[in-house]
Design a binder for this molecule. Structure first.
Ligand SMILES: [Zn+2]
Ligand SMILES: [Zn+2]
Length: 254
């Protein structure tokens, strides 16, 4: 995904609001007060109302964007800048790219995004339970999937591959909806990768983790030798509910 693709996909604030709304609704949106999954959208308020406890939830509530006055589009653009460029990008540079007068809100945004994206500037090593998977920024998204900025799977769209590594502090019991909802947000690292070969991904996984993680993957061949090569302490291959997985790894969803 390049800058032109970004502008085409997110031309204005309302396109970003729509994307965020549909994205959250597709990925396990629940009432932050009572945990109910029955929420109805109120177009005039731009918010959801819980049908069980009447709690009102804004588009941003419960996300990394909560409490920020910056447009959602700025957050999307900053996410794009932080993930699509291979070099580190400063808050000053993000401020310049977004054309914002005030530095403080941009600095806070960049700080929060870096925090959920794994503190890559601080050379932070992921530890504990880590989910490893590939994600894609697609640039030619089919009509029925256009609400989903990050598509997963090995499809045929033109796309930029991203290696996603996420610490998970989540329950292991997907049978219970409330229990499998993320309560603790771990750190996340995303790295743009040129291909999906083991020889490309293994060094990146080694670099991003502390060498003692318990890894979970989808069982693709790429990860077959993770444990044997002593890149991780243990490796579990599982097939997970795709929607739940995407909801966990995307910073603006938690
Ligand atoms: Zn509720
Ligand atoms: Zn989706």
């Amino acid at each position: 995904m390049n800058l032109l693709d970004f502008y085409r996909q997110y031309p204005d604030e309302s396109s970003c609001e729509d994307a965020l709304r549909h994205f959250r609704e597709h990925h396990g949106l629940f009432c932050s007060r009572c945990g109910s999954l029955r929420l109805s959208w109120n177009p005039s308020h731009r918010s959801w109302t819980c049908m069980d406890c009447k709690h009102e939830m804004t588009l941003r509530s419960g996300t990394v964007m909560q409490g920020s006055n910056l447009p959602i589009r700025d957050w999307f653009a900053a996410m794009f800048l932080l993930t699509a460029t291979k070099r580190a990008i400063s808050a000053k540079e993000i401020q310049r790219q977004l054309g914002r007068k005030r530095y403080q809100p941009v600095w806070e945004m960049a700080h929060k995004l870096r925090d959920v994206m794994g503190k890559r500037d601080a050379r932070y090593n992921l530890h504990g339970d880590v989910e490893i998977d590939e994600g894609f920024f697609s640039t030619e998204t089919p009509e029925d999937q256009k609400d989903c900025p990050l598509k997963r799977g090995r499809g045929s769209q033109r796309k930029t591959s991203v290696l996603v590594m996420a610490e998970s502090g989540f329950s292991d019991t997907p049978s219970d909806k409330k229990q499998s909802t993320p309560k603790v947000v771990g750190h996340i690292k995303m790295e743009v990768i040129d291909d999906l070969k083991a020889s490309t991904e293994m060094p990146k996984i080694k670099q991003a983790t502390d060498g003692k993680v318990n890894a979970t993957t989808d069982g693709s061949n790429t990860y077959a030798s993770l444990e044997k090569d002593e890149i991780v302490a243990s490796h579990k291959a599982v097939v997970m509910d795709d929607k739940k997985k995407v909801g966990k790894i995307l910073p603006w969803v938690h």
